[in-house]
Structures are given as structure tokens and as C-alpha cells.
Design a binder for this molecule. Structure first.
Ligand SMILES: *Cc1c(COP(=O)(O)O)cnc(C)c1O
Length: 354
């Protein structure tokens, strides 16, 4: 059987505290009311006023000419890469990037690109690493076409690219004539935590998308932004992949609600992440990466427990959390309160003391 996300063991209590992922947030009552009240039309026909309003707003937020509404972030990556590249082209991205690890091999099967895995700490790479990956333009080498970065870097620990480092890798891409694409699944976390406006942060990117189903708390949807010409071509792929929708305004309304009510509050998730990291650091043996945003990665092995074992022990106490890349990942979001952080810390202390 193909591996599916973990099912709770038989007899496990219901999940009271969900640190597993910011994708598991549920739409709030106010969000559902906004969805109920949405004006809708045929999105595929360009006739859904709520989708149009969301796309206009996102294009303005990102400082791009146009935007297109898609069902998921994965589809944004697939369509952006397919639009920028041809089969056999090479995309340069970090070795822990979502496009390499978590999209089901779609770039081998659908976009036809090969991905050059770049190394570097915390999901980031330097200008020097990128320069070292430049191939000669010969008949032998795959044509390098696109630079892809993740903001924030998920497996890197929810890390924000230092703006100067981001600008430096973009400058290499420009010099080489490559296109640039940002996987901005958690872009607004980076914007809120750094205080750098989104349009400024992504100014060097030909395409960028934001996921509404992470900390922004919408049930589905992501918006891909770029030039009018890029979005025009992206629409072709949206249609081909079956991503064109009908009365999608119901979902776009949730995204607009999230932009109005769930962006500034990401700062609370970041504060909760810092509080969790502080508490974990006080437990002897736990090695914690200082969080930039809403993800807290820690290693409990020196405290006498393997990541998987701690995940299972917490699940038995009604706390859902994940083991990722050899560490434990706690994800803070709008369904996790400060009190829940305290309670989780108490449980981890008790489990490790056993
Ligand atoms: C979640 C995520 C995606 C994919 O988004 P979906 O909406 O789940 O398809 C892509 N990149 C990163 C960094 C993500 O965290």
C-alpha cells in the first residue's frame, strides 16, 4: 500500500492539541459566514466576482500584474514550473524543497524538469553555492532555466531568507537569464515576522504564490501571481490540469476573509513558537532550533527519546505532532493557544521524566 499520513493507534484519545500542521486549521465561524455571503459566478468563464476580487488584491499585495486562483499550492508550483520551463530543463532548488520531497514526483511525471538539489543550512543556500551549480552552456548540459526558493523554508525550520541573501541569489539568476519562482506557501509568516512588505520581498521574482490553507486558515486555495503574460499562460495549464473551477467564490471569500483577519495575528503564532522553544530549551537534553516564524523543530534524542517515540507518546496524551527530517516539528497556528503550548510543554516534561 502507498504510504498515507499516520492514522491514530486504536484507542488513542481524540486530538486536543494539534501541533501537527498549520494545514489542519478549521475555518472559523466568521470565515464560514463570509463564505455563505459570497457573490459567485463561473470562475472558468472569468465571471466570479469574489475570485476576481481576490486575484486583484493578491496581485496588488505582491506588486505583480496579475494573479490566478488555484485549488492548492502544489498546483501553483506545477503550473509555474510548467509555464517557465520546457521538458528537460533544469530547476535549481534547495535539496529539502517541497518540489523535490513532497509533490509525488510530479516534476518527473508532469513538468518534465530535472531539479538540481542545492545544499545549505536551514533550507537556504548562498550565492556561492548557486554559482558553483552553474553549468556550461553546451550540448551536454541540461538547460538551466529557473531558480526556485521557499519562503519560509519549511524543512529548514520555517526560516526566513535574509533579504540580502535572497537578493543575491536572484541577482545570479538574472545574470544567467534564468526565471525566478518563489514557493511562498508561508510567505505572510515571513512578511509579518520581518516587517518587510510582501511586494518588496518578492520584487525579484517572476512568479510567487501564497497558500491560504496554512496559517491563514482557509479550507482550500492558493493564488499564483506574476506578469499578465505569465498568468495568461498559467491559465492554459490550469485548464489542462482540471484546475479551472466554477462557483469558486465560496472559497475565494474564505481567502479574502483570511487576508482581512488572519494575517496580523500570525504574530501570535510566532510568539507561541518562541514560548514553546524557550520552554523546550529548559528541558535537559532537548536541542531546539530558534524559530523565526511558526515552526519549531527540536531533537529529543539527547533527552533519551527518539523523535518517533515522542510523537507516539504525545499522541497517546491527545497531542498531535510530527517527526520530520529526523527531528520533531511543532507547528503553531490559529487553533493553538498559549495555554495549549504550556500544557504541551508540561506533557513533554512528564513523558521525558518517565
Ligand atoms: C504546503 C506546502 C506546499 C504545497 O501546498 P498544498 O496547498 O498543500 O498543495 C508547497 N510548498 C511548501 C513549502 C509547503 O509548505
Amino acid at each position: 500500500m502507498v504510504h498515507a499520513p499516520p492514522r491514530p493507534p486504536a484507542g488513542a484519545p481524540p486530538v486536543r492539541i494539534n501541533l501537527y500542521s498549520d494545514t489542519q486549521t478549521r475555518p472559523t465561524r466568521a470565515m464560514k459566514e463570509a463564505m455563505m455571503a459570497a457573490e459567485v459566478g463561473d470562475e472558468q468563464f472569468g465571471d466570479d466576482p469574489t475570485v476576481t476580487a481576490l486575484c486583484d488584491r493578491m496581485a496588488a499585495l505582491m506588486g505583480k500584474e496579475a494573479a490566478v486562483f488555484l485549488p492548492s499550492g502544489t498546483m501553483c508550483n506545477v503550473i509555474a514550473i510548467r509555464t517557465h520551463c520546457r521538458h528537460g530543463d533544469e530547476v535549481l532548488a534547495h535539496e529539502t524543497s517541497h518540489i523535490l520531497s513532497s509533490e509525488g514526483g510530479t516534476h518527473a511525471s508532469l513538468t518534465g524538469v530535472q531539479i538540481h538539489p542545492l545544499q545549505g543550512e536551514y533550507g537556504l543556500f548562498t550565492e556561492a553555492t548557486l554559482r558553483a551549480a552553474i553549468r556550461p552552456r553546451t550540448r551536454y548540459a541540461p538547460p538551466q532555466r529557473l531558480l526556485e526558493v521557499e519562503q519560509t523554508a519549511n524543512i529548514g525550520g520555517g526560516v526566513i531568507w535574509p533579504q540580502a541573501q535572497l537578493d543575491a541569489v536572484v541577482a545570479v539568476a538574472r545574470e544567467q537569464g534564468w526565471a525566478t519562482h518563489m514557493d511562498g506557501a508561508r510567505l505572510m509568516n515571513a512578511v509579518v515576522a520581518s516587517g518587510i512588505p510582501a511586494a518588496e520581498m518578492v520584487a525579484g521574482f517572476d512568479s510567487v504564490w501564497l497558500d491560504f490553507t496554512k496559517g491563514l486558515g482557509a479550507p482550500l486555495g492558493a493564488v499564483l501571481c506574476g506578469s499578465a503574460d505569465f498568468v495568461d499562460q498559467a491559465w492554459h495549464w490550469k485548464q489542462r490540469l482540471g484546475g479551472s473551477m466554477r462557483q469558486a467564490g465560496i472559497c475565494a471569500a474564505a481567502c479574502i476573509h483570511a487576508l482581512d483577519h488572519h494575517v496580523e495575528r500570525l504574530a501570535e503564532d510566532h510568539a507561541n513558537a518562541k514560548a514553546l522553544a524557550r520552554g523546550l530549551r529548559q528541558i535537559p537534553g532537548i536541542v531546539v532550533q530558534e524559530p523565526d516564524t511558526n515552526l519549531v523543530f527540536f531533537d529529543p534524542r539527547e533527552a533519551g527519546m527518539a523523535p518517533d517515540a515522542l510523537v507516539a507518546a504525545l499522541r497517546a496524551e491527545g497531542v498531535q505532532i510530527s517527526a520530520l527530517g529526523g527531528r520533531v516539528r511543532a507547528c503553531l497556528h490559529l487553533d493553538v493557544t498559549e495555554a495549549m503550548v504550556e500544557e504541551s510543554l508540561g506533557l513533554i516534561r512528564r513523558i521525558l521524566a518517565r
